[in-house]
Design a protein around this ligand. Sequence first.
Ligand SMILES: *Cc1c(COP(=O)(O)O)cnc(C)c1O
Length: 489
Amino acid sequence: MPSLLFEMGAPGRGSRFVADAGGAKKYLPADLLRSELPIPDLAEIEVARHFMDLSGRNFSVDRNFYPLGSCTMKYNPKLNEAAAGFPGFTDLHPFAPDDGAQGALQLLWDMERTLSALFGMAEFSLMPAAGAHGEITAMLMAKKHFAAIGQGSRNVCLVPDTAHGTNPASAAMVGYRVVSIPSTSRGRTDVGALRSRLDGSTAVCMMTNPNTLGLFEDDIIEITQAVHDAGGLMYYDGANANAIVGLTRPGDMGFDLLHLNLHKTFSVPHGGGGPGSGPVGASAALAKYLPKPIVVRAADKSFALDWRRPDSIGPVREFWSHFLAIVRAYAYVIVHGEEGLRRNSLLAVLNANYVRAKIKDMLTVPYDDFCRHEFVCSAETLKKETGVRALDLAKGLLDAGVHAPTMYWPHVVPECLMIEPTETETKETLDAFAETLRALVKQSHDDPASMAELPLHTPVRRVDEAQVGRQANKGIGLRWEPPPNERAR
Ligand SMILES: *Cc1c(COP(=O)(O)O)cnc(C)c1O
């Protein structure tokens, strides 16, 4: 069966649905008209079936377990979608005056206040469009801060070796030199090494806590104090705050700036599911640099966009940014309440520890410590014994209808799989996952060669990664080309 629209259809089929497609020509400038475009001529039912077929091949959290560590693919409650679909929100004009948009402004204000309270920050900007955008927003704020206090020569950003790749990238994009800080054998940031890198050039230290190994940085107070003593700022990567919401606050740990991913922790869809939202929070001393405008509440309890923020780095996104993503996150917050959010954090941690305990006799768990919302395991021993790699296990999971965990990252763990079950999964799902993994490990010992064949049942079988790597600089060639005998057509 053909799988691309270009391979389907026949001349004249679609013409029944568009009465006089040719008639449109008279409205278009002649120099924009093409004599021939390879657009397939399709019957409506072909189109309907094609897209239904594609939607069935899609992998989504509504169909399957999605334990993708450091990416929190948690369930997206359908109530969020209902809220984001309210006509009062969807029909709002971007230029609506403040007094014609009081409800929407109130929602933004309330969300901003809620996030400030939950994370221990003085103020938030809800503007950044995603996590990495939040990071660079905060780095620009840090730069502006140091310039304002006459310390613009500080140009070093310290980043632990387990950090998400966007951290060093964001720091480098504002011109900071990135210095990597090693981890200890306990999977925590090496405080001694960090201290030895601190001096008058230190601008920012970017940290994730719990870190990307899923472990809580228990020396965090010592770290934030040391960086502050050296005159630097502490930045918190809060993309995956699923273990801490309602339990602890980055502000209390001593962080000055942070970003969140509403499209991870706050249940907004992502990964092809829609635009994200990466709010940035700041301490009282740095809040004046936040992007503008920010929603304020006047003495008469009316809401307005405040543009009078002279020290702001300026807008980082047009209009209200991804407003409907914020509406979804707001729905999640008010449905759960503070108690519900805390419970979700506890369940996320419980589920991660449950899976860790179930699989630690089959795969090595290098830092076998109480984990938070995720943990990292390693197939290195399995590879030594059988030749089977973490990649092969991940491919085998796809056959069982489970999304592959994050692989080969953080780099400090060889052959690693990073597993994050999230709070909404049931015990049955987690048990089934552990059993699937157990069966794959057994197959690796019994018949290692067969593992290289997996997956067997996915729409696309194993891709030739070596060839993709070799061709990458020539262009991978994902564009459809007509078969050679039809090229002249
Ligand atoms: C996902 C993630 C980011 C980046 O977020 P995007 O929205 O993808 O830009 C940053 N840090 C961590 C730890 C993440 O997991």
